[in-house]
Design a protein around this ligand. Structure first.
Ligand code: HEC
Length: 143
């Protein structure tokens, strides 16, 4: 066999890299435990910086590319600061499911929407619970 170890490979020299690999694996494992601990900790009040990871993660995954990581807005979408003046959870949930329908019934939104080249997309791929969590979280001022 051509791949048989050469005589000159001392056991010591061959063991080293795998030991390093092992400690990297241990480190990765340790980090994932830290991550788990962080998820489980804290009382998840909406004002908490450790706010419900699910809602925040949903926001970062679905909304941040247009509204910005903290909802500050961008050329793609308006700021979310102060949106709680215009929305309640029920209505915002409906908006996330079918924005065009809500926009068509709201002069402010219709006017505002003309400033942006892209539209507010639908989020029908999210579950009703996820849309609710997201709506609640956005209105609690934590984008
Ligand atoms: C492709 C870019 C884009 C993404 C992604 C996006 N939005 Fe929007 N969003 C918009 C645009 C454009 C508007 C303005 C629509 C209008 O005013 O007619 C808007 C409007 C809004 C408004 C109304 C703002 C107001 O002034 O009342 C809310 C609330 C909102 N988005 C929340 C979200 C949430 C939550 C997500 C993620 C689930 C999200 N958006 C994802 C583009 C986006």
């Amino acid at each position: 066999m051509s791949s048989a170890p050469r005589q000159s490979d001392t056991p010591r020299a061959r063991r080293r890299p795998s030991a390093r690999g092992l400690s990297a694996a241990a480190l990765a494992l340790g980090l994932s435990f830290v991550g788990l601990a962080a998820c489980g900790s804290g009382d998840a009040t909406p004002q908490d910086p450790d706010a419900p990871p699910s809602a925040r993660e949903l926001f970062l995954a679905n909304c941040a590319r247009c509204h910005g990581r903290t909802g500050e807005g961008s050329f793609m979408a308006p700021t979310l600061a102060g949106v709680e003046q215009h929305w309640d959870v029920e209505r915002l949930q409906r908006y996330l499911r079918d924005p065009e329908k809500v926009i068509a019934q709201d002069e402010r939104l219709e006017k505002q929407g003309r400033k942006y080249t892209s539209r507010m997309p639908t989020f029908q791929h999210l579950s009703p619970d996820e849309r609710r969590a997201l709506a609640q979280w956005v209105l609690d001022g934590r984008p």
